[in-house]
Design a protein around this ligand. Structure first.
Ligand SMILES: [Zn+2]
Length: 311
């Protein structure tokens, strides 16, 4: 090779080497999130340091997801499997992890179960299969309490830092910036929702327990006779007198539940049915903050129009 040719090649080789180096330092942390809320939190905290795939779509029922081959392939490639835990995915996550062929994500640090990082409500004192789809670890639907999300976000940033130590400082910075934006919203939401405090509601499933607890609202009962079982005429008939006695104002349901049972009860009581999103990506929401915004706006406006209708 002529000396001239070689001297022309050196800068190119140098550039190629530098590119390779910068790619390896910026390798994304590959995350498979079980539900959209956890995928969204990972995106909001991880920013461009993470690549997030989500196992269930907004509006799907996370209690029941198929462990399809494309999901198994994502488990195989994941650095972190980020799920709700506390029994929510008991019907499908163990299958996914066992068949995924990736032992690193079967336990921590490769597996992060969000609801198990915080206190949970409704931990049963006795467990009886006859009570339906009851979760031994308490109500798993923790993401609707933004206060618990602050704590989970902090622990998630630590987990990212453990798995990707080169970027540890950036994960913590990003999480702190997220918290600085998110935390002041919590008291603002609570203020906006002041008119809802003390209200009695019935919900389709126990999906909104943490939201109700945070906003000082009370659950009276569910349209489901037992968790996971569809409403029956006998159970709905009992709810009519219960709703009247306990002055239930709103009946909460998700699009996936259908509105039949909620509308049936609303037509026989002074209560009003309101359709609510459960996860970001549903009903025009995208970020976690916009999910809480929408939930509170929906509840306030349902209460308002319901009162007018019943005046
Ligand atoms: Zn549930």
């Amino acid at each position: 090779m002529k000396l001239q040719t070689l001297s022309r090649m050196i800068p190119r080789l140098l550039i190629a080497a530098l590119c390779a180096a910068s790619f390896s330092a910026r390798a994304d942390l590959r995350i498979l999130a079980c539900e959209p809320e956890w995928g969204q939190l990972a995106t909001e905290i991880g920013g461009d340091l993470v690549t997030v795939k989500t196992a269930s779509a907004p509006g799907q029922d996370a209690h029941h997801i198929q462990a399809r081959p494309s999901l198994l392939a994502q488990v195989r490639r994941a650095d972190l499997v980020l799920c709700n835990g506390a029994g929510l995915e008991a019907g499908w996550l163990p299958v996914l992890l066992n068949r995924g062929g990736n032992p690193d994500v079967r336990q921590a640090p490769g597996l992060f179960l969000a609801a198990e990082q915080v206190d949970r409500l409704e931990i049963p004192t006795t467990l009886d299969r006859a009570d339906g789809d009851v979760h031994a670890m308490g109500n798993p639907h923790v993401h609707l309490d933004p206060r618990r999300m602050i704590s989970i976000a902090e622990q998630l940033a630590d987990r990212f830092a453990t798995l990707d130590p080169d970027n540890a400082a950036r994960y913590r910075q990003q999480q702190q910036a997220w918290q600085a934006d998110f935390e002041p919203r919590i008291s603002a939401w609570k203020q906006q929702a002041a008119s809802l405090a003390g209200m009695n509601v019935i919900s389709y499933h126990r999906s909104w327990i943490y939201l109700l607890d945070w906003l000082d609202m009370h659950r009276v009962d569910e349209l489901e006779p037992k968790p996971g079982l569809p409403p029956t005429p006998g159970h709905l008939a009992k709810l009519v007198s219960k709703a009247e006695k306990q002055k239930v104002k709103l009946i909460l349901y998700r699009p996936i539940n259908g509105d039949d049972a909620a509308n049936w009860l609303a037509s026989r009581t002074p209560a009003c049915a309101v359709e609510l999103p459960l996860s970001p990506g549903e009903e025009g929401t995208d970020t976690l903050a916009s999910l809480y915004d929408t939930l509170i706006q929906r509840l306030i406006s349902a209460h308002q129009t319901c009162k007018e209708g019943n005046a």
